[in-house]
Design a protein around this ligand. Sequence first.
Ligand code: NAD
Ligand code: TDX
Length: 355
Amino acid sequence: MKKQLSTINYQLSTMRTIFVTGGAGFIGSAFIRLILEETSDFKIINFDALTYAGNLENLNGLDETRHKFIKGDICDKEAVLQSLPENSEAIFNFAAESHVDRSIASASEFVLTNVLGTQILLDAARAKNIRRFVQISTDETQGSLPEDSNSYFTENSPIQPNSPYAASKAAAEHFVRAAHETFDVDTITTRCGNNYGQRQFPEKLIPLMIANAMNDEPVPVYGDGRNVRDWIFVEDHARAIWLAYLKGKAGSSYNIGARNERQNIEVVKSILDALGKPHSLIKFVTDRLGHDRRYAIDARKVETELGWKPITTWEDGLQKTIRWYRENQDWVNQIRSGAYRDYYKNHYGMEVGAK
Ligand code: NAD
Ligand code: TDX
Protein backbone atom coordinates (compact mmCIF):
# COMPACT_ATOMS: atom_id res chain seq x y z
CA MET A 1 0.00 0.00 0.00
CA LYS A 2 2.76 2.40 1.00
CA LYS A 3 4.57 1.69 -2.23
CA GLN A 4 1.44 2.33 -4.31
CA LEU A 5 0.88 5.69 -2.64
CA SER A 6 4.44 6.79 -3.16
CA THR A 7 4.11 5.85 -6.85
CA ILE A 8 0.99 8.00 -7.13
CA ASN A 9 2.73 10.94 -5.45
CA TYR A 10 5.65 10.57 -7.79
CA GLN A 11 3.31 10.51 -10.79
CA LEU A 12 1.50 13.63 -9.63
CA SER A 13 4.69 15.52 -9.12
CA THR A 14 5.89 14.80 -12.66
CA MET A 15 2.51 15.44 -14.23
CA ARG A 16 1.66 18.55 -16.11
CA THR A 17 -1.53 20.43 -15.31
CA ILE A 18 -4.14 21.57 -17.78
CA PHE A 19 -7.11 23.71 -16.79
CA VAL A 20 -10.32 22.80 -18.60
CA THR A 21 -13.38 25.03 -18.32
CA GLY A 22 -16.85 23.68 -19.08
CA GLY A 23 -15.66 20.11 -18.60
CA ALA A 24 -19.00 18.91 -17.22
CA GLY A 25 -20.69 19.65 -20.53
CA PHE A 26 -20.92 17.59 -23.69
CA ILE A 27 -17.66 18.29 -25.55
CA GLY A 28 -15.57 19.21 -22.50
CA SER A 29 -16.33 15.89 -20.80
CA ALA A 30 -15.51 13.96 -23.99
CA PHE A 31 -12.23 15.87 -24.20
CA ILE A 32 -11.34 15.04 -20.59
CA ARG A 33 -12.08 11.35 -21.16
CA LEU A 34 -9.85 11.34 -24.20
CA ILE A 35 -6.92 13.01 -22.42
CA LEU A 36 -7.18 10.71 -19.40
CA GLU A 37 -7.32 7.65 -21.65
CA GLU A 38 -4.72 8.55 -24.23
CA THR A 39 -2.06 10.35 -22.20
CA SER A 40 -0.39 9.44 -18.92
CA ASP A 41 1.42 12.63 -17.95
CA PHE A 42 -1.35 15.21 -17.77
CA LYS A 43 -3.66 15.93 -14.88
CA ILE A 44 -6.76 18.01 -15.30
CA ILE A 45 -8.48 20.69 -13.29
CA ASN A 46 -12.06 20.83 -14.49
CA PHE A 47 -13.64 24.19 -13.70
CA ASP A 48 -17.37 24.33 -14.44
CA ALA A 49 -20.28 26.37 -13.09
CA LEU A 50 -22.74 23.48 -13.54
CA THR A 51 -25.37 25.50 -15.39
CA TYR A 52 -28.44 23.70 -16.73
CA ALA A 53 -26.12 22.13 -19.35
CA GLY A 54 -23.43 20.93 -16.94
CA ASN A 55 -23.87 17.51 -15.40
CA LEU A 56 -21.62 15.77 -12.88
CA GLU A 57 -22.86 12.43 -14.22
CA ASN A 58 -20.93 13.22 -17.37
CA LEU A 59 -17.80 12.72 -15.26
CA ASN A 60 -18.68 9.32 -13.81
CA GLY A 61 -15.86 6.82 -13.75
CA LEU A 62 -12.98 9.26 -14.33
CA ASP A 63 -9.61 8.63 -12.69
CA GLU A 64 -9.77 10.91 -9.63
CA THR A 65 -6.00 10.89 -9.17
CA ARG A 66 -5.72 12.82 -12.42
CA HIS A 67 -9.00 14.70 -12.57
CA LYS A 68 -10.13 17.31 -10.06
CA PHE A 69 -13.51 18.98 -10.37
CA ILE A 70 -14.04 22.53 -9.11
CA LYS A 71 -17.44 24.18 -9.27
CA GLY A 72 -16.86 27.73 -10.40
CA ASP A 73 -17.90 30.46 -12.81
CA ILE A 74 -15.44 31.79 -15.39
CA CYS A 75 -16.94 35.26 -14.83
CA ASP A 76 -15.75 35.09 -11.20
CA LYS A 77 -12.20 36.45 -11.45
CA GLU A 78 -11.21 35.59 -7.88
CA ALA A 79 -12.45 32.00 -8.18
CA VAL A 80 -10.58 31.55 -11.45
CA LEU A 81 -7.34 32.95 -9.99
CA GLN A 82 -7.66 30.76 -6.90
CA SER A 83 -8.27 27.60 -8.91
CA LEU A 84 -5.73 28.05 -11.70
CA PRO A 85 -2.25 26.84 -10.72
CA GLU A 86 0.70 29.06 -11.66
CA ASN A 87 2.68 27.82 -14.70
CA SER A 88 0.00 25.37 -15.87
CA GLU A 89 0.51 23.99 -19.35
CA ALA A 90 -2.72 25.27 -20.84
CA ILE A 91 -6.22 26.58 -20.45
CA PHE A 92 -8.82 24.90 -22.67
CA ASN A 93 -11.89 27.12 -22.68
CA PHE A 94 -14.98 25.02 -23.41
CA ALA A 95 -17.25 26.88 -20.97
CA ALA A 96 -20.04 28.65 -22.79
CA GLU A 97 -23.69 29.22 -23.20
CA SER A 98 -23.97 27.06 -26.30
CA HIS A 99 -27.53 26.94 -27.62
CA VAL A 100 -28.57 29.25 -30.47
CA ASP A 101 -32.30 29.14 -29.64
CA ARG A 102 -31.69 30.20 -26.04
CA SER A 103 -29.54 33.10 -27.28
CA ILE A 104 -32.43 34.28 -29.44
CA ALA A 105 -34.72 34.22 -26.41
CA SER A 106 -32.20 36.04 -24.18
CA ALA A 107 -28.66 37.08 -25.14
CA SER A 108 -27.26 38.63 -21.95
CA GLU A 109 -26.03 35.36 -20.39
CA PHE A 110 -24.18 34.70 -23.65
CA VAL A 111 -22.38 38.04 -23.49
CA LEU A 112 -21.40 37.41 -19.88
CA THR A 113 -20.05 33.88 -20.10
CA ASN A 114 -18.86 33.76 -23.69
CA VAL A 115 -17.28 37.22 -23.86
CA LEU A 116 -16.52 38.47 -20.36
CA GLY A 117 -15.71 34.97 -19.11
CA THR A 118 -13.21 34.45 -21.93
CA GLN A 119 -11.52 37.79 -21.20
CA ILE A 120 -11.25 36.91 -17.50
CA LEU A 121 -9.54 33.65 -18.46
CA LEU A 122 -7.17 35.47 -20.81
CA ASP A 123 -6.21 37.87 -18.02
CA ALA A 124 -5.73 34.91 -15.66
CA ALA A 125 -3.53 33.18 -18.24
CA ARG A 126 -1.21 36.19 -18.21
CA ALA A 127 -1.29 36.60 -14.43
CA LYS A 128 -0.47 32.91 -13.86
CA ASN A 129 2.03 32.47 -16.67
CA ILE A 130 0.06 29.78 -18.51
CA ARG A 131 1.92 28.38 -21.51
CA ARG A 132 -0.94 28.16 -24.00
CA PHE A 133 -4.56 29.29 -24.23
CA VAL A 134 -6.91 27.20 -26.37
CA GLN A 135 -10.24 28.79 -27.25
CA ILE A 136 -12.94 26.36 -28.38
CA SER A 137 -14.89 28.35 -30.93
CA THR A 138 -17.38 27.45 -33.63
CA ASP A 139 -17.88 27.59 -37.38
CA GLU A 140 -20.95 29.73 -36.68
CA THR A 141 -18.75 32.77 -36.13
CA GLN A 142 -18.20 32.73 -39.90
CA GLY A 143 -21.90 33.12 -40.68
CA SER A 144 -23.86 31.17 -43.26
CA LEU A 145 -22.92 29.75 -46.66
CA PRO A 146 -25.11 29.63 -49.76
CA GLU A 147 -26.80 26.34 -50.66
CA ASP A 148 -25.72 24.16 -53.57
CA SER A 149 -22.36 25.81 -53.93
CA ASN A 150 -18.80 24.79 -53.47
CA SER A 151 -18.12 27.45 -50.85
CA TYR A 152 -16.58 26.48 -47.51
CA PHE A 153 -15.45 28.16 -44.32
CA THR A 154 -11.67 28.45 -44.26
CA GLU A 155 -9.45 30.02 -41.60
CA ASN A 156 -9.48 33.17 -43.74
CA SER A 157 -13.24 33.48 -44.14
CA PRO A 158 -14.64 36.66 -42.63
CA ILE A 159 -16.04 36.62 -39.12
CA GLN A 160 -19.71 37.50 -39.69
CA PRO A 161 -21.92 35.94 -37.02
CA ASN A 162 -25.69 35.96 -37.44
CA SER A 163 -27.15 34.73 -34.13
CA PRO A 164 -26.56 36.27 -30.70
CA TYR A 165 -24.77 33.03 -29.72
CA ALA A 166 -22.46 33.27 -32.73
CA ALA A 167 -21.90 36.98 -32.09
CA SER A 168 -20.77 36.24 -28.54
CA LYS A 169 -18.39 33.50 -29.72
CA ALA A 170 -17.07 35.83 -32.44
CA ALA A 171 -16.43 38.56 -29.86
CA ALA A 172 -14.54 36.02 -27.77
CA GLU A 173 -12.40 35.12 -30.80
CA HIS A 174 -11.53 38.78 -31.20
CA PHE A 175 -10.47 39.08 -27.56
CA VAL A 176 -8.31 35.97 -27.92
CA ARG A 177 -6.66 37.49 -30.99
CA ALA A 178 -6.17 40.79 -29.15
CA ALA A 179 -4.48 39.00 -26.23
CA HIS A 180 -2.06 37.41 -28.67
CA GLU A 181 -1.34 40.57 -30.66
CA THR A 182 -1.12 42.93 -27.68
CA PHE A 183 0.36 40.81 -24.92
CA ASP A 184 1.91 37.93 -26.84
CA VAL A 185 -0.32 35.37 -25.10
CA ASP A 186 0.25 32.02 -26.84
CA THR A 187 -3.23 31.35 -28.20
CA ILE A 188 -4.92 28.77 -30.41
CA THR A 189 -8.50 29.13 -31.65
CA THR A 190 -10.39 26.11 -32.97
CA ARG A 191 -13.61 26.40 -34.97
CA CYS A 192 -15.59 23.22 -35.28
CA GLY A 193 -18.84 22.28 -36.97
CA ASN A 194 -21.82 20.55 -35.38
CA ASN A 195 -20.84 17.87 -32.88
CA TYR A 196 -22.86 14.79 -32.04
CA GLY A 197 -22.23 11.87 -29.68
CA GLN A 198 -22.80 10.63 -26.15
CA ARG A 199 -23.92 13.01 -23.36
CA GLN A 200 -25.11 15.89 -25.55
CA PHE A 201 -27.85 17.91 -23.86
CA PRO A 202 -31.17 17.14 -25.58
CA GLU A 203 -31.83 20.69 -26.70
CA LYS A 204 -29.58 20.22 -29.75
CA LEU A 205 -30.93 18.60 -32.91
CA ILE A 206 -29.64 15.01 -32.70
CA PRO A 207 -30.20 14.19 -29.01
CA LEU A 208 -33.54 16.02 -29.05
CA MET A 209 -34.74 13.93 -31.98
CA ILE A 210 -33.50 10.71 -30.34
CA ALA A 211 -35.11 11.50 -26.98
CA ASN A 212 -38.45 12.49 -28.49
CA ALA A 213 -38.56 9.58 -30.92
CA MET A 214 -37.69 7.07 -28.17
CA ASN A 215 -40.80 8.36 -26.37
CA ASP A 216 -42.99 8.38 -29.51
CA GLU A 217 -43.26 12.16 -29.30
CA PRO A 218 -43.27 14.49 -32.34
CA VAL A 219 -39.83 15.52 -33.63
CA PRO A 220 -39.86 19.26 -34.46
CA VAL A 221 -38.08 20.27 -37.67
CA TYR A 222 -37.59 23.98 -38.31
CA GLY A 223 -38.66 25.57 -41.59
CA ASP A 224 -38.30 23.35 -44.66
CA GLY A 225 -35.76 21.05 -42.98
CA ARG A 226 -33.21 21.71 -45.70
CA ASN A 227 -30.67 23.65 -43.68
CA VAL A 228 -27.30 21.98 -43.92
CA ARG A 229 -24.92 21.25 -41.04
CA ASP A 230 -21.46 19.68 -41.20
CA TRP A 231 -21.50 16.90 -38.56
CA ILE A 232 -18.54 15.54 -36.62
CA PHE A 233 -18.36 12.85 -33.94
CA VAL A 234 -17.41 14.48 -30.64
CA GLU A 235 -14.32 12.29 -30.04
CA ASP A 236 -12.87 13.31 -33.40
CA HIS A 237 -13.33 16.95 -32.42
CA ALA A 238 -11.65 16.34 -29.05
CA ARG A 239 -8.66 14.72 -30.77
CA ALA A 240 -8.31 17.66 -33.16
CA ILE A 241 -8.29 20.12 -30.24
CA TRP A 242 -5.54 18.14 -28.54
CA LEU A 243 -3.44 18.09 -31.72
CA ALA A 244 -3.99 21.83 -32.21
CA TYR A 245 -2.72 22.33 -28.65
CA LEU A 246 0.32 20.12 -29.18
CA LYS A 247 1.26 21.17 -32.71
CA GLY A 248 -0.55 24.40 -33.55
CA LYS A 249 1.23 27.68 -34.22
CA ALA A 250 0.77 30.43 -31.65
CA GLY A 251 -1.86 32.94 -32.71
CA SER A 252 -3.40 30.56 -35.27
CA SER A 253 -6.91 29.36 -35.84
CA TYR A 254 -7.95 25.90 -37.06
CA ASN A 255 -11.27 25.03 -38.70
CA ILE A 256 -12.27 21.47 -37.80
CA GLY A 257 -14.72 19.44 -39.86
CA ALA A 258 -15.28 15.87 -41.00
CA ARG A 259 -16.54 16.63 -44.53
CA ASN A 260 -19.99 15.41 -43.59
CA GLU A 261 -22.67 17.81 -44.78
CA ARG A 262 -26.29 16.72 -44.25
CA GLN A 263 -29.67 18.39 -44.52
CA ASN A 264 -31.52 18.36 -41.20
CA ILE A 265 -34.39 16.37 -42.64
CA GLU A 266 -32.00 13.63 -43.77
CA VAL A 267 -30.49 13.46 -40.27
CA VAL A 268 -33.92 13.25 -38.66
CA LYS A 269 -35.10 10.49 -41.01
CA SER A 270 -31.91 8.47 -40.34
CA ILE A 271 -32.57 8.68 -36.60
CA LEU A 272 -36.20 7.60 -36.95
CA ASP A 273 -35.17 4.71 -39.22
CA ALA A 274 -32.47 3.57 -36.79
CA LEU A 275 -34.98 3.58 -33.95
CA GLY A 276 -37.66 1.87 -36.04
CA LYS A 277 -40.02 4.84 -35.65
CA PRO A 278 -42.37 6.19 -38.36
CA HIS A 279 -41.61 9.35 -40.35
CA SER A 280 -45.09 10.52 -39.35
CA LEU A 281 -43.46 11.68 -36.06
CA ILE A 282 -41.86 14.53 -38.05
CA LYS A 283 -43.57 17.83 -37.33
CA PHE A 284 -42.49 20.86 -39.35
CA VAL A 285 -42.56 23.88 -37.04
CA THR A 286 -41.96 27.63 -37.35
CA ASP A 287 -38.45 28.37 -38.53
CA ARG A 288 -35.72 29.66 -36.21
CA LEU A 289 -35.26 33.43 -36.55
CA GLY A 290 -32.23 34.27 -38.70
CA HIS A 291 -31.69 30.54 -39.32
CA ASP A 292 -28.27 30.00 -40.94
CA ARG A 293 -28.75 28.01 -44.14
CA ARG A 294 -25.54 26.08 -44.51
CA TYR A 295 -22.30 25.38 -42.62
CA ALA A 296 -19.45 23.56 -44.37
CA ILE A 297 -15.84 23.41 -43.31
CA ASP A 298 -12.70 23.27 -45.38
CA ALA A 299 -10.53 21.06 -43.15
CA ARG A 300 -7.36 21.12 -45.22
CA LYS A 301 -5.35 23.06 -42.65
CA VAL A 302 -5.99 20.66 -39.74
CA GLU A 303 -5.44 17.72 -42.05
CA THR A 304 -2.13 18.90 -43.47
CA GLU A 305 -0.62 21.01 -40.68
CA LEU A 306 -1.73 18.87 -37.74
CA GLY A 307 -1.99 15.48 -39.46
CA TRP A 308 -5.56 15.06 -38.17
CA LYS A 309 -8.29 12.98 -39.79
CA PRO A 310 -11.64 11.96 -38.37
CA ILE A 311 -11.75 8.31 -37.30
CA THR A 312 -15.50 7.77 -36.88
CA THR A 313 -17.76 7.57 -39.91
CA TRP A 314 -21.18 9.21 -39.81
CA GLU A 315 -22.91 5.80 -39.90
CA ASP A 316 -20.87 4.38 -36.99
CA GLY A 317 -21.04 7.60 -35.00
CA LEU A 318 -24.80 7.87 -35.30
CA GLN A 319 -25.25 4.22 -34.30
CA LYS A 320 -22.96 4.65 -31.28
CA THR A 321 -24.82 7.79 -30.27
CA ILE A 322 -28.27 6.22 -30.56
CA ARG A 323 -27.09 3.15 -28.63
CA TRP A 324 -25.78 5.37 -25.82
CA TYR A 325 -29.09 7.23 -25.47
CA ARG A 326 -31.02 3.93 -25.50
CA GLU A 327 -28.77 2.52 -22.79
CA ASN A 328 -28.81 5.69 -20.67
CA GLN A 329 -32.46 6.57 -20.50
CA ASP A 330 -32.13 7.56 -16.83
CA TRP A 331 -29.65 10.27 -17.84
CA VAL A 332 -32.11 11.50 -20.47
CA ASN A 333 -35.19 11.30 -18.24
CA GLN A 334 -33.54 13.18 -15.41
CA ILE A 335 -32.87 16.07 -17.78
CA ARG A 336 -36.30 15.98 -19.41
CA SER A 337 -38.12 16.98 -16.25
CA GLY A 338 -38.63 20.27 -14.38
CA ALA A 339 -36.91 23.23 -16.01
CA TYR A 340 -36.40 21.37 -19.28
CA ARG A 341 -40.11 20.77 -19.70
CA ASP A 342 -40.80 24.45 -19.06
CA TYR A 343 -38.15 25.41 -21.63
CA TYR A 344 -39.60 22.97 -24.15
CA LYS A 345 -43.18 24.13 -23.74
CA ASN A 346 -42.17 27.76 -23.94
CA HIS A 347 -40.03 27.25 -27.04
CA TYR A 348 -42.02 24.66 -29.00
CA GLY A 349 -45.50 25.17 -27.54
CA MET A 350 -45.68 21.42 -26.95
CA GLU A 351 -45.21 19.15 -23.95
CA VAL A 352 -42.55 16.45 -23.68
CA GLY A 353 -41.56 14.04 -21.03
CA ALA A 354 -44.99 14.04 -19.40
CA LYS A 355 -45.95 10.43 -18.98
P1 NAD B 1 -22.56 22.45 -23.35
O1 NAD B 1 -23.64 23.47 -23.27
O2 NAD B 1 -22.91 21.00 -23.39
O3 NAD B 1 -21.57 22.63 -22.09
C1 NAD B 1 -21.15 23.88 -21.64
C2 NAD B 1 -20.52 23.69 -20.26
O4 NAD B 1 -20.03 24.96 -19.81
C3 NAD B 1 -21.51 23.19 -19.18
O5 NAD B 1 -20.92 22.16 -18.44
C4 NAD B 1 -21.75 24.42 -18.34
O6 NAD B 1 -22.05 24.11 -16.98
C5 NAD B 1 -20.43 25.15 -18.47
N1 NAD B 1 -20.57 26.60 -18.24
C6 NAD B 1 -21.49 27.44 -18.79
N2 NAD B 1 -21.31 28.69 -18.32
C7 NAD B 1 -20.23 28.64 -17.48
C8 NAD B 1 -19.54 29.61 -16.71
N3 NAD B 1 -19.94 30.90 -16.69
N4 NAD B 1 -18.48 29.22 -16.00
C9 NAD B 1 -18.08 27.93 -16.00
N5 NAD B 1 -18.71 26.97 -16.70
C10 NAD B 1 -19.77 27.31 -17.42
O7 NAD B 1 -21.68 22.88 -24.59
P2 NAD B 1 -20.84 21.97 -25.62
O8 NAD B 1 -21.72 21.57 -26.73
O9 NAD B 1 -20.08 20.95 -24.85
O10 NAD B 1 -19.84 23.06 -26.18
C11 NAD B 1 -18.57 23.28 -25.57
C12 NAD B 1 -17.84 24.39 -26.33
O11 NAD B 1 -17.69 24.01 -27.68
C13 NAD B 1 -18.59 25.72 -26.34
O12 NAD B 1 -17.64 26.74 -26.17
C14 NAD B 1 -19.23 25.79 -27.71
O13 NAD B 1 -19.36 27.12 -28.15
C15 NAD B 1 -18.20 25.03 -28.54
N6 NAD B 1 -18.72 24.34 -29.74
C16 NAD B 1 -19.79 23.50 -29.64
C17 NAD B 1 -20.21 22.81 -30.79
C18 NAD B 1 -21.37 21.84 -30.73
O14 NAD B 1 -21.77 21.32 -31.77
N7 NAD B 1 -21.93 21.52 -29.57
C19 NAD B 1 -19.55 22.99 -31.99
C20 NAD B 1 -18.46 23.87 -32.04
C21 NAD B 1 -18.04 24.52 -30.91
O1 TDX C 1 -35.72 21.30 -32.65
C1 TDX C 1 -34.89 21.59 -33.53
N1 TDX C 1 -35.26 21.48 -34.83
C2 TDX C 1 -34.45 21.81 -35.87
O2 TDX C 1 -34.84 21.72 -37.04
C3 TDX C 1 -33.54 22.00 -33.24
C4 TDX C 1 -33.07 22.11 -31.82
C5 TDX C 1 -32.72 22.30 -34.29
N2 TDX C 1 -33.16 22.23 -35.57
C6 TDX C 1 -32.23 22.60 -36.66
C7 TDX C 1 -31.56 23.95 -36.52
C8 TDX C 1 -30.23 23.74 -37.19
O3 TDX C 1 -30.35 23.94 -38.59
O4 TDX C 1 -31.17 21.65 -36.64
C9 TDX C 1 -29.91 22.26 -36.94
C10 TDX C 1 -28.96 22.05 -35.78
O5 TDX C 1 -29.45 22.81 -34.68
P1 TDX C 1 -28.69 22.85 -33.27
O6 TDX C 1 -28.49 21.46 -32.80
O7 TDX C 1 -29.42 23.81 -32.39
O8 TDX C 1 -27.25 23.37 -33.68
P2 TDX C 1 -26.77 24.72 -34.44
O9 TDX C 1 -27.73 25.81 -34.28
O10 TDX C 1 -26.38 24.33 -35.83
O11 TDX C 1 -25.49 25.06 -33.54
C11 TDX C 1 -24.62 23.99 -33.11
O12 TDX C 1 -23.46 23.91 -33.84
C12 TDX C 1 -22.45 24.83 -33.59
C13 TDX C 1 -24.31 24.08 -31.62
O13 TDX C 1 -25.50 24.23 -30.87
C14 TDX C 1 -23.38 25.18 -31.31
O14 TDX C 1 -23.01 25.19 -29.94
C15 TDX C 1 -22.15 25.02 -32.14
O15 TDX C 1 -21.33 26.11 -31.94
